[in-house]
Ligand binder design. Sequence first.
Ligand SMILES: C[S@@+](CC[C@H](N)C(=O)[O-])C[C@H]1O[C@@H](n2cnc3c(N)ncnc32)[C@H](O)[C@@H]1O
Ligand SMILES: [Zn+2]
Length: 390
Amino acid sequence: MNTSVIGEGAVRLRIPFPDDSSDLPPSSTTVFYNPEMELNRDITIAAVSGFIDRARVDPSSISYADVMSASGIRGIRMASEVGTKCRLNDWNQDAYDLIQENIRLNALEDTCTSSHQNANTLMHQEVFDIVDLDPFGSPAPYLDSAARSTQKLLCITATDTAPLCGAHLKSGIRKYAAVPLNTEYHREMGARVLLGAAARALARRDKGINVLLTHATRHYVRVYLEIIKGVSPADTTMEMMGFIYHCFHCGFRSWEHGLAPELPSQCPNCQKSLKSAGPLWLGSIQEPGFCEVILEELEIRKHGKCKEAMKIVAFCKDELNIPTFYDQHWLCKKIRVSPGSIDTLIETLKDAGFMASRTHFSGTGFKTDADVEQIYKILHELDLQRKDHR
Ligand SMILES: C[S@@+](CC[C@H](N)C(=O)[O-])C[C@H]1O[C@@H](n2cnc3c(N)ncnc32)[C@H](O)[C@@H]1O
Ligand SMILES: [Zn+2]
């Protein structure tokens, strides 16, 4: 295995690179290191640091486990930049060797421990305050053991966006025991299917959740779940499960809480048939106050991809707590008008007395409590105004 030493965040790290150093992807090396995920890691460091700071506890009293560590980068950064105790685990022998070398390289022998186990075995055997699940593809096979192991915070990355979003329907149903729909808000649908599966796994362990941050960036979804132990928080969490129903003809959508709710089959708007998705998470997916905490942490750190991270988290902070978003281009195509600026549309919705915001899920998306007919009316008016100004 060819390796070289790189810098990321405040640490140095020995990482592998493809043998002929050609255009091969990071997954082609025996130990995985993806420089593109620096953004994900920068947000993780800021989120965990903010979480510990907000709880007013000493970071050295907190245990963090990256149960699938690869080179060890996430945990090495966590120990060095936040100061938690860290467990770095990977079942791959080359990864395990590299993890040990990277702990030594950063002189973190006192705070970092390593192990060489199946992540599921580790999480069934040991508990950690913070568990980070960062698998190749779907986290679904690890949700049960992670729900058992985590005590305060659970961070999950899912790169299986096609099953989550409804593009690979049967795979999504198998993995998450939920029916996704491939709508224009499929990225949010994927996040809510993942959150729903995690919420159910935790509820089985009498743990409830408070979703602190959710972001869908590039090819993955990432969620941060504060754990609230007890039967009552677990019951409250289950009340946030439900179904979204959607009209593919006119764009109407609505939702219903519960695991066996009665869902309408006909669109109240255009009378065509409705399709439903779920069970999925209908509760809030961002905690604005916590997003503010992350933004402050990113502002202090400034390195790497912190600037890009701040843009994403700022959008997350401001997006309305509504379970779907509309896509301006989809709606405009439907009524044959040309789309204008998304900010103008949002301001016009607000002037008309509705709530409206942008969404980090899509540059052409917006969230609002206006229904689809009211939005169509406003889009027609804006189109007429633009024509009058020409
Ligand atoms: C996406 S990489 C982890 C990247 C790392 N967390 C980071 O931030 O760079 C996934 C890692 O999980 C390991 N892995 C996959 N399945 C595992 C399992 N069941 N138990 C332990 N490790 C596993 C792989 O060997 C691989 O190194
Ligand atoms: Zn309809």
